[in-house]
Write a protein that binds this ligand. Structure first.
Ligand code: ME8
Length: 526
């Protein structure tokens, strides 16, 4: 069976996960679900990045241990993924024992192979914050975090020989033009980082206590990237006694990440893997940001905003599917995109309620009225309009499969909705209510209803990866198994004639946009 291994980055546990850091996970969820429905053996990994000084300091501020602080944050993250219907197969925490051991093994192996050496780290040190800063990070020559004096200091540290990998990375991008997507990110890596010359990377600290100790020199902790990036293989058991998942799923089919961490994934991670003699991931996809009033919707900024962007409030009000929809649809995959309450509510009504919801409900009503809800047979079509409609739908469905090969969730969901637009236009054009009045109209009416139901079936099957709750309801109402793989996606023969459609509640009840806007404003500002 073909496998598909997909990962999100591991998240920094923060006070509150928002729509911003839910984005990668929501995108990966659609890709994972779609591939599962294609019959592939999917492994979808997500998790949390739990070491470093920030965690140490935050826990101290809250008067709890790091572990206590993290456990509460991780429970919150898992609750949110549940709320958003995220179908991950594994959640890795970098504080998990197996990860800590494997990350140590990786560090030691790199040292033994000569890719890690001992040197010294120089920088501006803030004693109260226990943090090193570079010259450019200082604000008015002072610590950017607390504003206090800093002093130039040297610290013993281990370095990874990143400088040895420039040519190999250039060759990798050249030979695998699909490795890093979208394409413009390749130029950025080559021109901004590789061509000017890669410098060796500091990979240990003695001043950071909340980290994984270096096996052979435990006063050092492993610093950030070897710990964080190696999660993609340690989660599969690499470096542990049982590495069967690693053997089965590695290399990853795609690491989906935000654009600000492309450098770490497209330069440092392949270099580490090359140094370890391990296969490289097949693709790195660097998506853009959700912008909110022009800014990255970051966790720290969120509290300043006056619009409601908390999924814990939005999901219970409007459903997980509606929130998922707006992110797939409004943030063009690979680029930045704006989120606003206005656009969300407007699209809720126009796309979800009208285009899809209304199509399903009027079609079900007509089949009930004209055929007692019984699904008509799939007879060969004779009417030009009916044939054209069917061909258009099948063409669009084929397009969605091709688009999903390129992971473009925005184009894919827009194309699924083109199917529904096509169906609504078809209803207006053929006017089933007029055909129903024709003396010998029964056969044609049956053909039109069958056409509409098949278009809804195909569109809904495709939609299931994106809007799982809604699609599952509709598939159930059509007597289809929502857990089945894609079938009959290139024909109109997917529904069993003679079976009855089941009653279906309104999928997305229309919203009073102004009223909702007002209420959300009150909630956000209270
Ligand atoms: O970077 N729009 O973790 P993180 C889109 N621990 N994506 C956003 C976003 C926004 N407004 N805000 C955040 C880390 N994200 C590291 C990764 S991987 C080995 C280590 C995305 O919690 C961001 O782009 O800061 C990234 O993909 C993910 O949330 C996690 O960010």
């Amino acid at each position: 069976m073909e496998k598909f291994y997909i990962t999100t980055p591991i998240y920094y546990p923060s006070n509150k996960f928002t729509l911003g850091n839910s984005y990668t996970t929501i995108v990966c969820d659609a890709l994972a679900r779609f591939n599962r429905k294609q019959g592939k053996d999917v492994f979808y990994l997500t998790g949390t990045d739990e070491h470093g000084q920030k965690i140490e300091q935050t826990a101290k501020k809250h008067g709890v241990t790091e572990k206590e602080y993290l456990d509460a944050m991780i429970a919150d993250a898992k609750d949110l993924w549940k709320l958003l219907n995220i179908s991950y197969d594994k959640f890795i925490r970098t504080t998990d024992d197996y990860h800590e051991h494997a990350a140590q093994k990786i560090f030691t192996k790199l040292y033994e192979k000569g890719y890690i050496y001992k040197g010294s780290y120089k920088g501006w040190y803030c004693t109260p914050c226990e943090s090193f800063w570079t010259e450019s990070q200082l604000v008015d020559g002072k610590c950017p975090d607390c504003g206090r004096e800093v002093k130039f200091q040297e610290e013993e540290a281990y370095f990874f020989k990143l400088s040895a990998f420039g040519d190999k990375l250039l060759k990798l991008y050249e030979e695998n033009p699909e490795f890093l997507q979208p394409k413009n990110r390749v130029n950025e890596m080559v021109n901004n980082f590789i061509k000017p010359g890669l410098t060796d990377l500091c990979v240990s600290r003695t001043s950071v206590k909340w980290g994984i100790p270096v096996e052979f020199d435990p006063k050092h902790t492993i610093y950030v990237w070897i710990d964080a990036l190696s999660n993609y293989i340690t989660a599969l058991g690499y470096g542990s006694e049982d590495d069967s998942l690693y053997k089965k799923y590695w290399p990853a089919d795609v690491h989906v990440i935000g654009k600000e961490i492309v450098r770490f994934h497209a330069i440092i991670w392949p270099a580490i893997l090359m140094a370890l003699d391990l296969p490289l991931p097949k693709k790195i996809y660097g998506h853009g940001w959700i912008l909110f009033g022009g800014d990255k919707l970051s966790k720290s900024k969120e509290t300043d905003e006056k619009e409601c962007i908390d999924p814990r409030i939005l999901v219970p009000r409007y459903s997980a599917d509606a929130i998922r929809y707006i992110l797939y649809r409004e943030i063009p995959f690979g680029s930045d995109g704006n989120y606003s309450t206005d656009v969300f509510l407007t699209r809720f009504n126009s796309d979800l309620s009208n285009n899809y919801g209304n199509l399903v409900s009027r079609t079900f009503s007509m089949v009930k009225k004209y055929f007692g809800s019984v699904i008509p047979e799939n007879k060969s079509l004779t009417n030009e309009d009916d044939i054209e409609f069917k061909n258009n739908v099948l063409k669009l469905a084929g397009d969605v499969f091709a688009i999903m090969e390129k992971y473009d969730v925005t184009k894919a969901i827009a194309t699924v909705f083109d199917i529904f637009t096509e169906a609504n236009t078809y209803i207006q054009k053929v006017q089933p209510w007029a055909i129903a009045k024709e003396e010998n109209g029964q056969d044609r009416l049956a053909a039109v209803m069958r056409n509409l139901l098949e278009a809804i079936r195909i569109g809904t099957e495709l939609l299931q990866a994106f809007l799982p709750d809604t699609a599952t309801k509709v598939l159930n109402a059509m007597n289809l198994d929502p857990n089945a793989n894609f079938a009959n996606m290139d024909n109109f023969d997917g529904l069993e004639a003679g079976k009855e459609l089941k009653p279906l509640d309104i999928l997305f009840p229309r919203l009073d946009v102004e009223k909702e806007k007002e209420e959300l404003k009150v909630i956000a500002n209270s």
